[in-house]
Design a protein around this ligand. Structure first.
Ligand code: NAD
Ligand code: DAU
Length: 352
């Protein structure tokens, strides 16, 4: 048996591939075009492991995807591949439309042709699992209940609009063609291999480098944090037992204001890697221009996944964030490798 994972060299995709192969002997074909966010170093522990077949290529390349499907005959496709950073989508939305909308469309079309020719039993067992985000639901006011699966789609950034478009296409392929799809909408992830353009790894990286810790606006915005391995276990659960055509929200009930997250990171770094001058890393906190159209609050109601499929996260924010800081402290070489050239250009463009 084989699964096809797309975007498996990125943050969540690589965590998923590593988790999958730690618990299963089922081969993973990993299709990733290796944008700035894709990093084969994340998968170095799988070198020489015949259960992992890495292919550098684009989900939008129909010829390549068709070839991979016919050659490897996967029983499922898990679509992680995307442009994922909101700030980049604000500065340049076009790649987001190309991969998240057109790429997903091309992937669905190639899948439809492959799936349509499978024998009946394999056709029924096949799954297309689309990995999406809570950002498609828009922004919540402070006292509003958390997003359920019934919340209307109200995306506010080019990134979330492109993900919403892909979710709609996936839904339509089930409704129109009967393709056995599943969609997960997850809250903010954090953990190992998180690219340091996103808040948590950026703050750890900048703190250790003695640089400012940039807080957009007043830092009052709320995100709902989930440790990445809990997201991976939720995806495995939905793949195994999810009801075809359904969507499942994934989250850990960990709402935190951005300023609180940054102060927690500073306190952990003060404990685990204190500054030479004895001062707290919190003295590096700097308030900067707000993100245009900044969503105020996300919060996920994950009760459907718990009630129907029995999934629960294993980590609290306190345990997960400590593990994360410890991982970055122990993996400074990984950070150094990816924070050169292109990365520095991005930081200059975004923060000056
Ligand atoms: P990431 O940016 O770290 O990784 C994306 C990966 O996709 C990279 O390896 C990149 O090379 C690859 N990729 C990009 N375009 C591609 C293409 N056209 N063809 C093949 N591969 C391509 O992203 P992430 O944070 O790991 O997110 C993975 C998925 O999970 C995305 O779909 C994202 O929308 C979703 N998601 C992310 C979060 C989060 O907090 N990071 C939360 C919920 C959902
Ligand atoms: O909610 C799920 C989403 O979470 C995913 O779909 C996205 O792929 C993922 O990138 C993430 O989006 P966010 O925009 O919430 O994550 P980010 O880490 O970029 O920002 C988190 C919060 O921190 C947000 O309110 C903006 C703020 N922020 C971010 C950066 C990079 C800052 O204050 N300063 C910063 O330098």
């Amino acid at each position: 048996m084989t699964i096809l994972v797309t975007g498996g060299a990125g943050f969540i995709g690589s965590n998923f591939v590593l988790d999958w192969l730690a618990g299963s002997n089922e081969t993973v074909v990993n299709l990733d075009v290796l944008t700035y966010a894709g990093n084969r170093q994340n998968l170095v522990s799988l070198t020489g492991d015949a259960r992992h077949v890495f292919v550098q290529g684009d989900i939008g390349d129909t010829t390549l995807v068709t070839h991979l499907l016919n050659t490897h005959q996967p029983r499922a496709i898990l679509n992680f591949a995307a442009e994922s950073h909101v700030d980049r989508s604000i500065l340049g939305p076009s790649e987001f439309i190309k991969t998240n909308v057109v790429g997903t469309f091309n992937l669905l079309e190639a899948t439809r042709a492959y799936w349509g020719n499978l024998p009946d039993d394999q056709k029924a067992a096949f799954r297309f699992l689309h990995v999406s985000t809570d950002e498609v639901y828009g922004s919540l006011s402070p006292d509003a209940p958390a997003f359920t699966e019934e919340h209307p789609y109200e995306p506010n950034s080019p990134y979330s609009a492109s993900k919403a478009a892909s979710d709609h296409l996936v839904r339509a392929y089930h409704h129109t063609y009967g393709m056995p799809v599943l969609t997960t909408n997850c809250s903010n992830n954090y953990g190992p291999y998180h690219f340091p353009e996103k808040l948590i790894p950026l703050v750890i990286h900048n703190a250790l480098a003695g640089k400012p810790l940039p807080i957009y606006g007043d830092g009052s915005q709320v995100r709902d944090w989930l440790y990445v391995s809990d997201h991976c276990s939720a995806i495995r659960t939905v793949l195994a037992n999810g009801k075809v055509g359904e969507t499942y929200n994934v989250g850990g009930w960990n709402e935190k204001r951005n300023l609180e997250v940054v102060k927690t990171l500073c306190a952990l770094l003060d404990e685990l890697s204190p500054r030479a001058d004895g001062q707290s890393y919190a003295s590096q906190i700097t308030f900067v221009r707000d993100r245009p159209g900044h969503d105020q609050r996300y919060a996920i109601d994950a009760r459907k996944l718990e009630r129907e499929l029995g999934w629960k996260p294993q980590e609290t924010f306190e345990t997960g964030i400590r593990k994360t800081v410890q991982w970055y402290l122990a993996n400074q070489a990984w950070v150094a490798n990816i924070t050169s050239g292109q990365y520095r250009q991005w930081v200059d463009t975004q923060y000056t």
